[in-house]
Design a protein around this ligand. Structure first.
Ligand SMILES: Nc1ncnc2c1ncn2[C@@H]1O[C@H](COP(=O)(O)OP(=O)(O)OP(=O)(O)O)[C@@H](O)[C@H]1O
Ligand SMILES: [Mg+2]
Length: 268
């Protein structure tokens, strides 16, 4: 956490008042996701992908789009990732009354353990299989869930798969195929696939891979110095402090305008 005296926020997802620039990227992403596009968001580390996506999903939520945010690299195995994907999609599709009939139909093939907590109103889902379980055969059905739920429920959904380049770690390519095949059918569901390693992502988007031409590509650039200056002056001003021009220049140079570095240098 940052102390109240520290005008900078780094290493966390940024909130709107502290969000610098990116206005056109933000509105474009919101529009594309609301439209059901499959967006590929690329940049090197720390440029602000996760922050941008989080804000976009928040805006969509206000427009009653149901949202899901999943970081692929948080899961140790394909089975675990599928389980969380299914659970988060089901939760986002809720309330329970609305999805429970659908769930029994979905359950017929995938046979997940689904429990509903009456007190919290939360749905829990487990694929209920041991560590040696190969989820490949049920993957298409799991990835089809958002499409089925939105069609049946009459709502739209926006899903982010962050650190998407990690998906290729799960197996030798069938995951990419399974996702691509399912998502392209889902007109009510917008996806953003955010990747931190441009070289890996570029390879994933190359001609022979399933994600080739899957949707619009968005590249995040560094935030221009002029936008940072205004923000930094404002942050200092809020606390009755002023930053000398040369200190401002030094800060921006040191940070090379990468969002994380500017925020971190700023508080040093
Ligand atoms: N638009 C922004 N305005 C101000 N600060 C930002 C902005 N975007 C990102 N930051 C700062 O940069 C840090 C890193 O941003 P974020 O985690 O969103 O980047 P990322 O591209 O997802 O990084 P990674 O590739 O490591 O996941 C944030 O914690 C925040 O301090
Ligand atoms: Mg990130």
């Amino acid at each position: 956490m940052t102390s109240p005296e520290n005008p900078f926020i780094f290493g966390e997802i940024i909130e709107e008042p502290n969000f610098v620039d990116r206005a056109s990227e933000l509105s474009q992403l919101v529009r594309d996701l609301a439209d059901g596009q499959k967006v590929l968001l690329l940049s090197p580390r720390r440029f602000g992908k996760s922050s941008l996506v989080t804000l976009a999903l928040l805006k969509l939520k206000k427009r009653h789009v149901h949202t899901v945010n999943l970081t692929v690299s948080s899961y140790a195995s394909y089975a675990q990732f599928l389980e969380k994907f299914a659970e988060k999609v089901l939760r986002a599709a809720g309330p329970w009354d609305r999805v429970k009939d659908w769930v029994t139909r979905f359950g017929r093939n995938v046979k997940p353990d689904i429990n509903y907590n009456m007190t919290t109103g939360e749905v829990g889902l487990s694929l209920g299989k041991g560590p040696g379980f190969d989820p490949t055969p049920i993957a298409p059905e799991v990835f089809a869930m958002p499409g089925e739920l939105t069609k049946n429920g009459g709502f739209r959904m926006a899903i982010c798969l962050d650190e998407f380049q990690q998906i290729s770690e799960f197996d030798s390519g069938s995951v990419e195929n399974a996702i691509r095949n399912q998502v392209q059918e889902q007109r009510e569901v917008g996806y953003v696939f955010a990747g931190s390693q441009p070289s890996l992502m570029k390879e994933m988007l190359s001609a022979k891979r399933p994600f080739h031409k899957a949707g619009p590509q968005m590249f995040l650039d560094k935030i221009p110095a002029s936008d940072w200056k205004e923000f930094i002056a404002r942050q200092f001003g809020k606390r009755g402090r002023k930053l000398e021009a040369h200190a401002m220049e030094a800060l921006l140079t040191a940070a090379d305008l990468i969002p994380y570095d500017v925020q971190a240098e700023g508080q040093a």
